[in-house]
Design a protein. Structure first.
Length: 740
């Protein structure tokens, strides 16, 4: 028996659990509140894509709607006989099946297998495991197409009935859908849910709704609980209500949910628990007392129904918990060994997103920048910035590794702060942890080549960041705080250190001209041609209600199309005063990017990507090259920290003679993981360097500053700058002598 049941409804990711319930369970542990969490999505997927599940599908008398679904139906025995082995392979339990999959004539193939023309580029001749994952992914997508066409039109691997949650200003369509008979997926999900409710008998069910593609299933779950377990109270929280339901007015929503909480969930949930879970309901009198208790309780950012009216209560004097107080995310209860790694390959970062099980953590609450005009910077989850101390964060990493057995981390920050990334990297290296991690950043000048070197050494494998529109005018209008030149230099630093770079790209921003779209594409072409960005994705600008553009549209030259809001309010339809049809650029931008990511077609004219006339670019063909050729600044800040993350050298003393004079020299040989560096210095300077390197190692938690290092050197020698920028010392900077 558990006080609280936490649910992520279908569907989010196949390869790893969405972290919201793990965050909340970790907090509840600090309050000794018992809970159980479940990812209903992966449980439904595993039941659906099994031998029994496919048998049930094919026996339900599906009617093929085209040649493709007809083919799949005719191959049903082949699908039924292979599905369990394929799922086990994608779960990492049956590695040897890769050779069978890659050899051909094992997997039944339908329309998705027509995408195989770039297999050699993606995997070469040796990447058999990944190639097999990709083929198995296509196999599952064929089955997904069949389910969508013949069984349940709302089905999708990472979303369900998403259309009902997108820009749903009114609750009418969702409400109508919920009055219909259960769908095929509903019946599977609700049977699993019923078993879990009977097993744990919770008093409060918390349903996390991160995306529109989870919303319908969340309401179906709540509807089922209300009908069959009326004594249980139900609350919704998560990314969708936080952004979409802030103007909620429709009373019908509370036929399904008792509470909807906004923003950080820890304190709102604790107050709900105190109102609901601290006594037993024995009879109708207890139920009445409970209703009275709730009406007089303290709440934090909570919608509920009172006197048949939707009310928003924020009547507690308690403040939200600090990030240091919320505990370590707890992934127990979840079927961590049963998640499915898939590879779609079209985009390297998307492949990273969907392949492998990543532990999710946050370096800092909110965004340290908080100025981008397209972003929901008015909402607490972005505007309230609070970093976590590096030692606490790495403590949590170690706890999660011990709990899950996985040492891969995705830091799900809005934008990870460079200074905190540095401290986390140093702490990882001090503890000699072996981890792989990636996160979202801003392409700001703090990411020097030395910092990128450090991040890579600590296990950073990839970063993603917003280049948005590669136009300095528009970047200034967006208040991005970066320039194209700066982005080029930073992405070069990451790439040269061995960290993959993904760029978020935007088109159709208010006042953006056709010329700026063309020029932005040329900038992107050059960035990919030089190899300093490896992955990207074009997004068309969307105006949201809580962004500066949405709140002050007249300042950005757009005219919003307003609807009456009784349910969801986030995406706002609008007219751009320029009158430009940005939609028509979508196909050409995405097609060109697909080819650039494959390392081809850089010599194509930009006009070749579009079936309508575009102007010639005004960007010089060597613009990005010229950005990268600018001289390094040799001025080092006196407060910069100097750190040595290399090893101890092998030393050899020898005598050097010239014109009748002789003196002692020391040869120092440093071995890094991939190379050896040999330098020679006068013996006294070599002695100073060896002694100094001991003080610069990670064991010293108070790193020496550049000014202190200079002073120390000049006690014994002269002209520190001449020494510091000499060829021998520059060689050490290539293997771990860092200025941070």
């Amino acid at each position: 028996m558990k006080d609280i049941l936490l649910i992520t409804p279908p569907f989010t990711q196949l390869n790893t659990p969405y972290p919201a319930t793990a965050y909340i369970k970790g907090f509840l542990n600090t309050k000794n509140i018992t809970s159980f969490q479940m990812d209903l999505g992966i449980e439904v997927i595993l039941e659906l894509f099994s031998k029994e599940g496919l048998n049930n599908i094919f026996e339900s008398n599906p009617q093929p709607v085209n040649h493709n679904s007809e083919r799949i139906l005719s191959l049903q025995d082949d699908y039924i006989n292979t599905i369990d082995n394929v799922i086990a392979f994608l779960q990492g339990k049956n590695h040897t099946l890769a050779r069978q999959i890659c050899s051909g004539n094992f997997l039944p193939e339908a329309s998705r297998f027509q995408q195989l023309d770039d297999m050699d580029w993606a995997f070469g001749s040796m990447g058999m495991q990944d190639k097999a994952k990709h083929l198995a992914t296509l196999y599952l997508e064929d089955l997904s197409d069949f389910i969508q066409e013949c069984i349940d039109e709302n089905f999708g691997f990472s979303r369900y009935a998403e259309r009902l949650g997108r820009s749903a200003n009114s609750f009418d369509e969702m409400y109508t859908e919920l009055q219909k008979e259960l769908t095929y997926i509903d019946t599977i999900a609700l049977k699993i849910l019923e078993d879990r409710l009977k097993q744990h008998l919770p008093k409060l069910v918390l349903i996390s709704v991160p995306f529109p593609g989870n919303l319908y299933s969340a309401f179906r779950c709540a509807q089922f609980i209300k009908k069959n377990f009326p004594e249980i109270k139900i609350a919704m929280g998560g990314g969708f209500p936080n952004t979409e339901l802030r103007d909620l007015k429709d009373q019908r929503v509370f036929e399904f949910f008792d509470f909807i909480t906004l923003d950080d969930g820890e304190l709102p949930i604790e107050l709900l628990y105190r109102s609901i879970c601290h006594f037993d309901e024995g009879d109708s009198r207890a139920m009445l007392e409970q209703a009275q208790q709730i009406s007089s309780s303290e709440f934090k950012r909570t919608f509920l129904l009172e006197n048949n009216q939707v009310v928003y209560k924020n009547n507690t004097t308690k403040t939200d918990y600090k990030q240091s107080q919320v505990g370590t995310p707890d992934y127990s209860d979840l079927f961590l060994d049963n998640y499915i790694s898939v590879i779609e390959i079209a985009n390297p970062m998307h492949s990273l997103w969907s392949d492998g099980r990543w532990n999710k953590l946050t370096m800092a609450h909110g965004c340290y920048w908080g100025k981008c005009t397209f972003c929901d910077i008015s909402l607490d989850y972005i505007k309230l910035y609070e970093p976590i101390a590096a030692k606490i964060l790495v403590d949590r990493m170690e706890e999660i590794i011990a709990q899950t057995g996985e040492n891969g981390f995705h830091f799900v920050d809005e934008a990870a702060p460079p200074a905190l990334m540095r401290e986390v990297a140093l702490e990882i290296l001090r503890r000699k942890l072996t981890v792989s991690w990636w996160t979202n950043i801003r392409f700001e000048k703090s990411f020097t080549s030395d910092l990128c070197f450090l991040l890579k050494a600590s296990g950073c494998i990839a970063v993603s960041g917003g280049l948005e529109v590669a136009s300095d005018r528009l970047l200034e209008l967006i208040q991005k705080g970066v320039t194209v030149e700066q982005v080029a230099q930073v992405t070069r630093n990451f790439t040269e250190s061995g960290i993959m770079v993904h760029a978020y790209l935007m088109y159709g921003y208010p006042t953006q001209t056709i010329q700026e779209t063309v020029d932005s594409l040329e900038m992107v072409r050059q960035l990919f041609e030089l190899g300093i960005i490896q992955s990207g994705f074009w997004h068309q600008f969307a105006m949201t209600a809580h962004s500066p553009v949405g709140m002050f549209p007249e300042e950005f030259g757009v005219i919003p199309i307003q609807n009456e809001i009784t349910f969801a309010n986030n995406d706002i339809q609008f007219k751009d005063k320029t009158g430009i049809d940005h939609d028509k650029f979508s196909f050409g931008l995405k097609k060109s990017l697909f080819n650039y990511m494959h390392g081809i077609c850089f010599d194509y004219e930009l006009q070749d990507w579009f079936d309508f006339k575009i102007p010639n670019t005004t960007i010089p063909s060597d613009f990005i090259v010229s950005c990268l050729e600018k001289e390094d600044n040799f001025n080092t800040k006196p407060s910069s920290k100097i750190i040595w993350i290399g090893g101890k050298p092998i030393t050899e003393i020898y005598t050097k003679s010239k014109k009748g004079s002789s003196w002692q020299m020391t040869r120092l040989t440093f071995h890094s993981k991939i190379e050896s560096v040999e330098i020679s210095l006068e013996k006294d300077k070599a002695d100073w360097l060896l002694k100094t390197l001991d003080f610069l190692t990670l064991t010293n938690e108070n790193p020496i500053t550049f000014s202190k290092l200079k002073s120390n050197y000049e006690i014994q020698f002269v002209d520190f700058e001449l020494f510091w920028f000499s060829k021998p010392i520059n060689s050490l900077k290539e293997i771990g002598l860092l200025v941070l």
